[in-house]
Design a protein around this ligand. Structure first.
Ligand code: ATP
Ligand code: MG
Length: 304
């Protein structure tokens, strides 16, 4: 199934910038230099309000989602500054995209989705059930859906083009793609980012089960890029409801998934057809969850 572009997928007409790429959620623009040519050293990263669920980009955007993700990433970049350099150049951006865009260093991205897991669920659980390993790492016996792992495990995957699924990568495949030294640093940084994230989130009643980060190369530096420790890139679980043995309530897309799979939506996940538009109360409750995650983690009040 191919993600269906939502209504907000069209690039904006931003004077002084040229559209270069749109991912599932973000639109990338290159700033134009005084001669009108696109600069190759910077990007304007604009987070849209698009939401993907069950591998579809939903037709209904979630108001303020792009701003919440951008502000949350900026906050985390700061918290993690002593651990890893990041791509942020400036938050001074055109008024049309204020709050949901950042100017960043344009990096050569590693062709790897750097995933780390602190708790077992999803694809990691499926691998474990099959043979007791996750990404080649042997785990203790007796773990169940939602179990905490002895320590975060690096479980990288491929960066699939839009519309295709990311595939698990072995550590040897990462080494083959980026070299031993970079693979080692990426693995180390990814698990440390998740561990540090969990130390901070635990004080705010949130568990970060797993997360995906992306690194770029700048000279000899491995630089944290894209977004970091957001509800889109991570599984956030309310700590007070954590109970291994079944699927945990997720912080953000709970209402969307619940409604889409309920009879009320009239949608059949197996049909391959795009999901119907979300009703207003599902939209509003989902928006509120994104805002709540931001406010709980940062201790700040979100203002759109
Ligand atoms: P993909 O783009 O691979 O389909 P996605 O749909 O999750 O993944 P988005 O988050 O919507 O992607 O778009 C962000 C894109 O920008 C990603 O391709 C990411 O690799 C890229 N990116 C993020 N930060 C930088 C950076 N500093 N330099 C270059 N590219 C970046
Ligand atoms: Mg992304």
């Amino acid at each position: 199934t191919s993600p269906q572009p939502g209504p907000a997928a069209l690039p904006l007409d931003l004077p002084g910038y040229a559209h270069v790429y749109s991912g599932k959620v973000r639109d990338l623009y290159a700033p134009l230099d005084p001669s009108g040519a696109p600069r190759d050293d910077q990007l304007l990263l604009v987070a849209s309000d698009r939401l993907s669920a069950f591998d579809f980009i939903l037709g209904t955007p979630i108001p303020d989602k792009g701003a919440v993700l951008t502000q949350l990433s900026l906050w985390w970049f700061e918290q993690l500054e002593d651990l890893v350099p990041n791509h942020v150049v400036s938050t001074e951006v055109p008024a049309e995209v204020a709050g949901r865009a950042v100017l960043v260093r344009r990096l050569e991205m590693l062709p790897v989705e750097c995933v780390a897991r602190a708790y077992l669920t999803g694809g990691g659980l499926r691998e474990y059930v099959a043979d007791g390993h996750v990404s080649g790492v042997r785990l203790p016996d007796g773990l169940v859906d939602g179990s905490r792992l002895p320590e975060p495990v690096f479980t990288p995957s491929t960066k699939a083009p839009v519309g295709e699924h990311d595939q698990p990568m072995s550590y040897a495949e990462v080494v083959a793609a980026v070299g031993e030294r970079t693979a080692q640093r990426a693995s180390d940084l990814t698990t440390r980012i998740l561990a540090r994230g969990n130390e901070i989130a635990a004080e705010r009643g949130i568990l970060i089960a797993d997360t995906k980060v992306e690194f770029g190369i700048d000279g000899d530096d491995l630089v944290l890029a894209d977004e970091v420790l957001t509800p889109d890139s991570s599984r956030f679980w309310p700590a007070d409801q954590w109970e291994p043995g079944h699927t945990q309530p997720s912080f953000d897309k709970e209402f969307v998934r619940e409604w889409l799979t309920s009879p009320a939506s009239g949608w059949d996940k197996a049909s391959g057809e795009a999901p119907p538009p979300l009703p207003d109360d599902v939209l509003e409750r989902t928006r509120a969850k994104y805002v709540e995650a931001y406010e709980r983690l940062t201790g700040r009040t979100f203002s759109s």
